[in-house]
Design a protein around this ligand. Structure first.
Ligand SMILES: Cc1cc2nc3c(=O)[nH]c(=O)nc-3n(C[C@H](O)[C@H](O)[C@H](O)COP(=O)(O)OP(=O)(O)OC[C@H]3O[C@@H](n4cnc5c(N)ncnc54)[C@H](O)[C@@H]3O)c2cc1C
Length: 382
């Protein structure tokens, strides 16, 4: 099969070759942000892939963005540190005013501003986004005042801007349950009333808790219409699912490549372990599973590009790709025997990293319930 966007893939591979395992291991140990890697991706225009050229971006397609994320992960690097930039800006692009687009997108594209924080999840509401409690109260004509708390707001410490979803009308007062939430662009640097607390997790993800205490956000930073924010972020979330699916495909390719190489070179009982079908078959199965998921990721990206209904495919792409990467991770660890657990092989690091995608940005159960209810017409479960 010919490679989709072979030239872009080649450039991403060349860039990633400058960031080998030692680079990521050191960051992982220190739980540090990959500043140099993000800088290199920004300078090469890859992080601005989906920003149109008129706003200083690369103006590439979703399939090109998929190729970028996949190659980053297939090279053993990690795009999760910065991928938010690629899809979060979609909400500004699709629903923001011309003034907001002109103000923020060129600076995001050039790397002058980072838009890498996405504040949706809260400690009490969890997956039930419509029950979120952070409020943005209109005060006069020029500002909103935000109070509440977010959790798992990744990269908040490393981002200049946050896309925030907050309640602007009480749940009881809205006609439709999906109304009453609004999206804001929050300028985080030196903001008064904003406290960020890092959460140490099993992998290097720079995730945090964010507390808002009377944080003033200019009214001009409201995106679109007040009360319609949930709808605005859903589109962005589905784009995110495609890109996360691409990351998972990249991870799966990395695991399969590493396992195949190791199985060919590791001799036990006088022959390569890969000569045993007990070792070959899990690698072959992981490969087949990855290829099937890859088709779904590409299909979702093509539907997105064609402007056709792509929500179901985006969800299935994320589900199947996350399952494929996790199956490949487990297989790769097993193929490496004890060495799979050694830090210097990178397998245990990638294993920890790819496990996240069963849970975030949306957990497997919630995708299944979406498919059951919206595609198969089964009764609503929540
Ligand atoms: C490292 C990391 C980074 C993250 N980054 C961000 C970020 O940048 N921004 C952001 O807003 N969020 C972020 N998240 C949050 C992430 O999106 C949520 O953790 C995820 O959506 C699950 O929500 P929860 O943790 O509240 O789980 P809960 O909603 O408490 O669910 C717990 C478990 O119950 C299951 N469950 C819940 N309800 C149902 C149901 N009705 N049917 C079946 N099963 C159900 C879930 O599938 C899950 O397995 C991040 C999370 C992590 C761990």
């Amino acid at each position: 099969m010919t490679e989709d966007h072979a030239d872009i893939r080649q450039s991403v591979r060349a860039l990633c070759a400058k960031f080998p395992g030692e680079y990521w291991r050191k960051l992982d140990r220190e739980r540090a942000y990959p500043t140099e890697f993000v800088k290199a991706l920004t300078e090469a225009g890859f992080l601005a892939a989906l920003i149109p050229e008129q706003y200083g971006g690369s103006g590439l397609s979703m399939r090109a963005a998929v190729a970028i994320m996949e190659e980053i992960h297939a090279a053993g690097c990690n795009g999760a540190a910065c991928h938010a930039q690629m899809y979060t800006m979609g909400t500004i692009l699709r629903y923001g005013s011309e003034a907001q687009k002109k103000k923020y997108l060129p600076k995001i594209a050039s790397g002058e501003l980072r838009l890498q924080a996405f504040g949706v999840t809260e400690p009490t509401s969890g997956t039930d986004t419509l029950s979120l409690r952070t409020t943005a109260r209109r005060e006069g004509s020029d500002a909103y005042v935000v109070n509440g708390q977010k959790i798992w707001t990744s990269r908040a410490e490393h981002s200049d801007l946050m896309l925030l979803l907050a309640r602007t009308a009480p749940k009881e007062q809205v006609k439709k349950r999906t109304e009453g939430l609004s999206v804001f662009i929050v300028e985080m640097r030196n903001a008064k009333g904003l406290t960020i607390k890092p959460i140490r997790t099993m992998m290097n993800h720079a995730t945090t808790e964010v507390f808002f205490e009377d944080l003033r956000v200019p009214a001009e930073n409201l995106i679109g219409e007040e009360g319609q924010g949930f709808r605005y972020i859903l589109g962005g979330m589905n784009a995110e699912r495609i890109l996360i699916g691409a990351e998972c495909i990249g991870d799966a390719k990395w695991f399969i490549g590493r396992a195949s190489d190791y199985a060919k070179s590791r001799d036990v009982f006088g022959k390569p372990i890969g000569q045993n079908q007990g070792v070959q078959f899990p690698i072959a199965r992981a490969y087949a599973q990855m290829r099937a998921a890859e088709l779904m990721v590409r299909s979702a990206a093509s539907l997105y590009e064609a402007g056709r209904e792509w929500g179901a495919e985006a969800n299935m792409a994320k589900l199947l790709a996350a399952e494929a990467s996790w199956a490949a991770a487990d297989m790769c660890l097993q193929t490496h025997g004890g060495f799979g657990f050694a830090e210097e092989f990178d397998v245990e690091r990638k294993f920890r990293e790819t496990r996240l995608y069963q849970t975030a940005p949306i957990s497997t159960n919630l995708i299944l319930s979406y498919l059951a209810e919206h595609i198969l017409g089964l009764p609503r479960s929540y």
